[in-house]
Design a protein around this ligand. Structure first.
Ligand SMILES: [Zn+2]
Length: 113
């Protein structure tokens, strides 16, 4: 399961951050998941609930913020709307994906002794 390896990497990252700050517990993680990232948010939260056992994250909540896909023009910076041709209406350049494929660890709330 793809989501399981994402969760594993996420928990590793958080554990490293927690160690660096001498944290005793992690209360909450916030992640941003782009709609085109290929991540199933339901599977991700399920994988997290299983994987967090016996890690620093075992009592942590996972908060997932979904990010809609957004395209923009690489030449003039114009926003290219969803559902239209993926070309800039101003200059006709092919649009570039500006958001929506990310998997980002946004925030960690932890207990520091
Ligand atoms: Zn343009």
């Amino acid at each position: 399961m793809h989501e399981y390896s994402i969760v594993e990497a996420l928990v590793d990252r958080v554990a490293a951050e927690a160690r660096a700050r001498h944290a005793t517990a992690v209360h909450r993680l916030s992640v941003r998941i782009g709609e085109l990232s290929g991540v199933d948010v339901g599977l991700l939260t399920t994988a997290f609930a299983i994987f967090r056992d016996r890690t620093i994250c075992e009592s942590a909540d996972l908060e997932v913020q979904s990010v809609p896909a957004r395209w923009e023009c690489p030449d003039c910076g114009g926003v290219v709307g969803p559902g239209t041709m993926l070309r800039c209406v101003r200059c006709g350049a092919p649009a570039r994906l500006a958001a929506g494929d990310e998997i980002v660890l946004d925030r960690i709330e932890m207990e520091v002794a």
